[in-house]
Design a binder for this molecule. Structure first.
Ligand code: PCA
Length: 312
């Protein structure tokens, strides 16, 4: 009888992730998976699939929504065309520090949860990437000098930034960027020091400008039908694992910031704040993009930004 009960209860969850296994989000996700497997006594056994090996980043959200997989991790700002609120974490210069990114997250969470629940998704935890800076092959000191450069984008905001700076956006998943830079498909991007470090971009690119434009987030999402089928006991286990993962992921992101900036330097890159001219130019583009986002996100978006500003 005991044997039968065990066999009936065991459920296997595949958990796709877009970023390399060594990336700190993936490490956090692997711990989260192990926490669920052990906490549920093996009743739910979670296996992570990093590096886009099961679904690439852009397909993960739909795979969870449609039940192809029960759970997965995704950068929601890649889906801003579905709902502007998904891009709240990628509005240039709105929240540029871990502290402010945390406040923005607190302000946006209820609205995001509502949109996600309409899409049959339940959010378990969210972790920010380190601040986003600009990578270039050659030295750049102003937006005018960016004209015509091929720019790797990873979400709507990065593609728009390319347009506004006169660069040529090409959408490429993080898992593919080392090759894209090596073959000249792109010569620049905006991303964290962490991603440049993970992908060893110093093999192709020479300059990192730490302009701290925003801190986008990854979100661990579960299919809501699957979630409502989980027992109360196991749901409590998963919720506790998620809280642990959210705290551990944030700590890793903060620790990784300076560690990977040093790593880029050790790889031979120039790592600077960027010229006053370039920073002023970018701020101007930020004003345009903030206005565009507020327009797209309507009253709900404005309410989130107002709530965030009230916390500052
Ligand atoms: N790395 C991810 C998203 C943000 C970041 O820092 C990427 O470049 O795809």
């Amino acid at each position: 009888m005991a044997l039968g009960a065990t066999a009936a209860a065991a459920e296997k969850w595949d958990l796709p992730m877009a970023y390399s296994g060594s990336n700190f989000h993936s490490v956090t996700g692997a711990e989260f998976a192990a926490c669920i497997t052990s906490g549920t006594g093996g009743e739910i056994e979670v296996t992570t699939h990093p590096g886009g090996s099961l679904f690439k980043g852009s397909d993960i959200k739909r795979a969870i929504q449609t039940g192809q997989v029960p759970i997965g991790e995704r950068l929601l700002s890649g889906h801003q065309n579905e709902n502007a609120l998904f891009g709240v974490d990628s509005v240039p210069f709105l929240a540029t520090s871990f502290d402010d990114a945390g406040k923005l997250w607190t302000a946006a969470k209820p609205a995001l949860e509502k949109v996600l629940s309409e899409q049959n998704l339940t959010m378990l935890y969210s972790v920010p990437w380190p601040p986003q800076g600009l990578y270039f092959k050659d030295e750049v000191n102003s937006v005018a000098e960016m004209e015509g450069i091929k720019f790797r984008s990873y979400n709507n905001a990065t593609a728009r930034l390319a347009e506004l700076t006169g660069m040529l956006p090409v959408s490429i998943e993080a898992a593919e960027i080392s090759q894209a830079f090596a073959t000249g498909v792109a010569d620049s991007m905006i991303s964290s020091a962490a991603t440049g470090y993970d992908r060893k971009v110093w093999e192709s690119l020479g300059y990192f400008y730490a302009v701290d434009a925003w801190l986008p987030r990854n979100y661990m999402l579960v299919n809501s039908d699957v979630w409502s089928g989980v027992s109360d006991k196991n749901r409590a286990v998963i919720t506790a694992c998620a809280a642990t993962a959210e705290a551990a992921g944030l700590q890793r992101s903060m620790d990784y910031t300076n560690f990977t900036l040093d790593g880029l330097r050790e790889g031979g890159m120039s790592v600077e704040k960027g010229s006053d001219q370039m920073n002023a130019d970018l701020r101007e583009i930020g004003v345009t993009m903030t206005a565009e986002w507020l327009e797209a996100a309507g009253d709900e978006g404005k309410a989130v930004v107002d709530a965030f500003k009230a916390m500052q």
